[in-house]
Design a protein around this ligand. Structure first.
Ligand SMILES: Cc1ncc(COP(=O)(O)O)c(C=O)c1O
Length: 284
């Protein structure tokens, strides 16, 4: 299809950056860890769901860089057999399950102040690792890319997309594929994270490819992921990277991109999530 449509597609394999701390997780962690060191904090506190790629990467980073890590886990209980949490524990992350009600407070300044009192030596990193420091690492990724007409990535909180907008030339169109339902609110979040996103028009959040919502995927999407593995040796998972590639495939088929377009798709990692999907028997 690519040659028929005269499209050049490259995939930036950020999933291969490191065996455990890779993809956008490393890009977002890098400048946060530097800030943490500058602030002489010795512990990292962060938040995530039980199968979170971010929890997995932070636990691995804690082990790698000898930092004490705490995961505030959306509970109410911990499933000891969950592969992501098992791995986090093996990395010596302390897991703190909280009720869904408490978890909802994770952005509340009063709640964060209480956490800071409870963990005085801690650097508190938001869920998904998205904050202004995270953008710097994603900007660096964008600046390392060859020239392209389009750069595309999956979008959850918008941090990765905001960082890519910061680092891409303004002649490049930056596209984010929202992996959750009703994601239009993210446009304002992205603008508040990035002044450049606020000023420039060369980006778009595509909100029609959520496939039913966060963590939801059709049998067709999973078949597509498997086809990309067998025919193109590209490993994908259906929550982020697969959802983005499936959307990209549909856009190419619909003639969204002019002939001759050079597209770079960012593989943001997250392949550890396949273990969680197998564990829940959501894939074979
Ligand atoms: C593998 C993977 N890709 C993409 C995203 C979405 O990135 P962002 O939250 O920066 O939009 C996430 C979640 O952070 C993720 O784990």
């Amino acid at each position: 299809m690519l040659s028929e449509k005269k499209i050049s597609l490259s995939v930036k394999r950020d999933d291969q950056l490191h065996p455990l701390i890779n993809g956008n997780k490393w890009r977002k962690l890098k400048y946060n860890l530097i800030a943490m060191q500058a602030q002489q904090k010795t512990e990292l506190v962060t938040f995530g769901g039980a199968f979170s790629n971010h929890i997995h990467a932070c636990a691995a980073a804690g082990k790698q860089f000898n930092l004490k890590t705490h995961g505030i886990i959306r509970g109410p209980e911990l499933d000891q057999q969950n592969p992501t949490l098992k791995f986090a524990k093996q990395c010596a992350m302390q897991l703190h399950p909280v009720t869904r009600l408490e978890y909802r407070e994770r952005h509340n300044p009063d709640y964060l102040a209480q956490l800071q009192t409870r963990f005085p030596n801690a650097y508190i990193l938001p869920e998904g690792g998205t904050n202004k420091a995270a953008l710097l690492g994603c900007k660096e990724l964008a600046q390392s890319l060859p020239n392209a007409d389009y750069v595309i990535c999956p979008t959850g909180s918008g941090g990765t997309l905001a960082g890519l907008i910061e680092g891409c030339d303004n002649t490049t169109q930056v596209l984010g594929v929202a992996v959750l339902k009703q994601a239009d609110y993210l446009v304002d979040e992205i603008k508040s994270l990035s002044a450049i996103a606020m000023q420039q028009q060369n980006w778009q959040l595509l909100t029609q490819f959520h496939g039913g919502g966060y963590g939801k995927f059709s049998p067709e999407l999973w078949q597509f992921c498997q086809m990309m593995q067998t025919q193109h040796q590209l490993p994908l998972e259906p929550i982020y990277s697969g959802k983005m590639m499936y959307a990209l495939w549909q856009l190419i088929a619909q003639g969204y991109f002019p002939e001759g377009s050079r597209i770079i798709a960012i593989h943001t990692g997250g392949l550890q999530g396949l273990n969680g999907l197998r564990y829940r028997q959501l894939i074979g």
